[in-house]
Write a protein that binds this ligand. Structure first.
Ligand SMILES: [Fe+2]
Ligand SMILES: [Fe+2]
Length: 448
C-alpha cells in the first residue's frame, strides 16, 4: 500500500477542476485530464510488483497520475481558440499549488510504478567488449523476430480500426515526441551533451515544423481519419501506453539514471529501423489499395540508422571510456528495462486490438458457466460524464434495458441494444455510458 500521506496527497491533487470526469469521447484541450478514480481505489493504491501488474486498474491509476504530473512541466498551447472552459482548466492545471502537489507526488509514484522494473535483471561482472557484444546480439535477435502485429492484422476483421487503435495509443508519446528527452539535456556532460543534442534536433525536425517527428506522426493519424491534437485520445490510452511515456520522463528527469537512459535509448534507436520496416509492410498488406501516410515511419527507418550509431559510438562507448566499468551494469539495466517494457506494452496493445475487434464485429460470447454471482448495475441516462475502466477480472456484461454507448479504446463507441452480451477480458480498457436520456440496466458477471 502507498503511505497514507501519499494517498491523501493524491486525493487532494485529483480534486482540482481540471481533473473532473469528461462528458466527451475526445478531450478538447490538453489541460483537462480526468483523474476521477473512486475513493476506495485510491485507498487501495499500491506499488506494482511485476509486469503482470501493468494491466490492472491499480497500474492505470498510478500511471495516469504520473502522466498528468510529469506533463505539468510541458508547454501545451491550445490548438483552438481558447474559451472560458479551457481557460479554467489551464489555470487549474498550471496553478502553483497544483505544481507543488504534483512535484511532491512525483518521486513516490515513480517508485511505485518503476520500483519492480530491475527485478530479475542479471547482475554481471561486465567487460566493455562483453557488454557491447551482448547489446548487439539482443538487437539482432529483435530484428530477426517476426512482428506479432503483422499476424494480428491478418487475423482481425476490422483492420483499419486496428491500425487506428495502434496509432492513437502511440500518440501518448509520439505527438509530443522528444519532449521527455529535454529532461536529459541540461547540466554539463561534455561531448555527450552535444551528441545527445544532435539526436534531439532530429526529433524536433532541426527547427522545421514540417520535419518534426510529431508533425509526421500527425500526418499518419490524419490520414487514418484521427484527430491530431495532443492527448485528444487521453481517455483511451492503455496503462502500458501511459507507462512507456512515463518511463522516459522518469529516467530523463533523474540524473542518477543517465547511464540507464543511454542503454534504453540504444534499444529504442537500434531496433526501430527493422521494426518499422516490418510495421509498414504489415500496414500496407492490411490496407490493400487504401493508403495511409507513412512518412513518420519512413523517416525513422532512415534516421534511426544514424541515431543507432550516434548512441553507440558517440554516447555509450565514450561514456564507458570516460567513466569506467562501473557504468556497464547501468547501461545494461536501462537496455533491459526498456526491452521488457516495450514487450509488455506490445502484448497489452495486441490484447486491446483483439477485444476491440470482437466488440466491433458484434461477436456474442456464450453465457458463462462458471461465474461469480451477477451484479446489477443501473446507469442513469442524465449522467453524461464518464471515466474509463480497466477490467480487474474477466467480465461478462449483458445489457438488459436501454441503449449503451460502449467504447473499446478506438476513440469512439458502438451502440449496444438490450440483449447484447459482451465479454471483457481481464486488463481491457472500456468506457460506457447510456445514450442520452435513457437509463440502462446491466447484468455484470465477474469470471475468475
Ligand atoms: Fe523520432
Ligand atoms: Fe531516433
Amino acid at each position: 500500500m502507498l503511505s497514507r500521506e501519499v494517498r491523501e496527497q493524491m486525493k487532494q491533487y485529483a480534486h482540482a477542476h481540471c481533473f473532473r470526469k469528461t462528458a466527451q469521447w475526445m478531450q478538447r484541450n490538453a489541460w483537462h485530464r480526468p483523474l476521477a478514480f473512486g475513493e476506495e481505489q485510491l485507498e487501495q493504491a499500491h506499488a506494482l510488483h511485476d509486469f503482470a501488474d501493468v494491466t490492472t486498474p491499480n497500474a492505470y491509476l498510478l500511471n495516469k497520475f504520473l502522466h498528468t504530473l510529469h506533463e505539468q512541466s510541458g508547454v501545451f498551447l491550445p490548438h483552438m481558440n481558447i474559451n472560458p472552459i479551457c481557460r479554467r482548466d489551464y489555470e487549474a492545471y498550471f496553478a502553483r499549488e497544483r505544481l507543488a502537489q504534483g512535484l511532491a507526488l512525483r518521486i513516490p509514484l515513480e517508485d511505485a510504478v518503476f520500483g519492480f522494473l530491475e527485478n530479475g535483471i542479471e547482475v554481471r561482472e561486465w567487460t566493455a567488449p562483453g557488454l557491447l557484444e551482448t547489446l548487439k546480439q539482443a538487437v539482432a535477435e529483435e530484428d530477426r523476430a517476426p512482428l506479432g502485429l503483422s499476424e494480428l492484422l491478418r487475423q482481425v476483421k476490422h483492420k483499419k480500426e486496428a491500425i487506428r487503435l495502434y496509432l492513437l495509443h502511440k500518440a501518448s508519446d509520439f505527438l509530443t515526441e522528444g519532449a521527455a528527452m529535454t529532461g536529459s539535456l541540461g547540466g554539463s556532460s561534455g561531448p555527450l551533451q552535444c551528441s545527445l543534442l544532435r539526436v534531439f534536433m532530429d526529433e524536433y525536425g532541426n527547427g522545421s515544423l514540417e520535419r518534426k517527428h510529431s508533425s509526421l506522426f500527425k500526418q499518419a493519424m490524419a490520414s487514418c481519419g484521427l484527430e491530431t491534437y495532443p492527448h485528444c485520445y487521453l481517455e483511451d490510452y492503455l496503462p502500458s501506453s501511459l507507462m512507456m511515456a512515463n518511463y522516459f520522463h522518469f529516467i530523463c528527469k533523474s540524473p542518477r539514471h543517465f547511464f540507464q537512459y543511454l542503454g534504453a535509448m540504444y534499444f529504442a534507436e537500434a531496433t526501430t529501423t527493422c521494426f518499422f520496416e516490418k510495421l509498414t509492410a504489415a500496414f500496407k498488406e492490411a490496407l490493400g489499395t487504401e493508403k495511409m501516410d507513412l512518412s513518420y515511419f519512413e523517416e525513422h527507418i532512415q534516421v534511426d540508422q544514424r541515431h543507432r550509431e550516434i548512441v553507440l559510438q558517440e554516447l555509450i562507448i565514450p561514456a564507458i571510456e570516460a567513466y569506467g566499468d562501473s557504468i556497464l551494469q547501468e547501461i545494461y539495466v536501462g537496455f533491459e528495462c526498456f526491452r521488457r517494457l516495450a514487450g509488455c506494452a506490445a502484448a497489452d496493445l495486441a490484447g486491446q486490438i483483439r477485444f476491440a475487434d470482437d466488440v466491433l464485429g458484434g461477436r456474442q460470447p456464450p453465457e458463462p458457466s462458471a461465474a461469480q454471482p451477477a451484479r446489477h448495475l443501473v446507469l442513469h441516462g442524465g449522467n453524461r460524464a464518464f471515466f474509463p475502466r480497466i477490467a480487474e477480472t474477466a467480465l461478462h456484461l449483458e445489457l438488459q434495458r436501454g441503449s449503451l454507448e460502449f467504447g473499446v479504446g478506438t476513440g469512439g463507441f458502438v451502440t449496444l441494444r438490450p440483449g447484447t452480451r459482451v465479454a471483457i477480458p481481464q486488463g481491457r480498457l472500456f468506457r460506457m455510458r447510456p445514450e442520452q436520456g435513457q437509463d440502462c440496466e446491466l447484468r455484470s458477471l465477474p469470471l475468475s
